[in-house]
Design a protein around this ligand. Sequence first.
Ligand SMILES: [Zn+2]
Length: 288
Amino acid sequence: VRVRVLGAAAGGGFPQWNCACRGCMLARRGEATPRTQDSIAISADGDRWVLFNASPDVLRQIDATRELWPRRSRHSPIAAIVLTNGDVDHVAGLLSLRERQPLTIAATSRVFGGLFERNILLRTLQRFDGHLHWERLQLDEPIALAGLEITPIAAPGKTPVHLGGAAEPEDNIGVLVRGDQRSIAYVSAAGAIGELGTRVEGADALLFDGTFWSNDELSAQGVGQGTAASMAHLPISASLPLFEGFDGRRIYTHINNTNPILIERSPERRAVEAAGWQVAYDGMEVLP
Ligand SMILES: [Zn+2]
């Protein structure tokens, strides 16, 4: 199985267009590595690929990844797109995947309904019979997609900001993905650990929510009022010790541009690496 990080930044990307925080300025000057918004691609056979989330940067990500290029005049190796929640940074890319290409979208009823029942713009992906195929995801029910076994697992989260309302378990999920003998856990948003510690045991790699370093990171840098907790992201300072017994590769992804781990040589980056974690970057091969 191949697992490739397409984008390792949280919503807004790195640098973020309207941000002049220290990290964003370093990224613009070529002194920190830019990253596009969170998405990964997994393939069981190297031929058919499943995207996990459709980032607003999806076209750039496809162009940067030879394996995702079309092989015929009208074709895509992208066999399906799994959505782990309905946040804009995970779904806006769907609007770029039009051009009459049939799509399979795997999502929970909550996420799919938020997109296709409560948002008329997404109906542009349902313009003819067979255009859109929905694979319904349910917690703890494995499905087979393009040779992969995908199991949705509970990850405490929230509803998308534009929909609001109280969160239900199927608003935000993690996934366990198995292909041949290897597996990975992808949990790019989690407000708490809940059962995740035990659910990811045995995976060869864990890609985990690295959005914020600290709970008050946005207000401390003067770029926002929200806390990590209010956005349902467990900060790294809290999650760092939680998976110490995990045997596989531990990687932070979905990293916000304010997070100091994006700055190489920062004390926070060193602390993460000293604790056995790695920091995801665009193009990273997770199971080389
Ligand atoms: Zn910034």
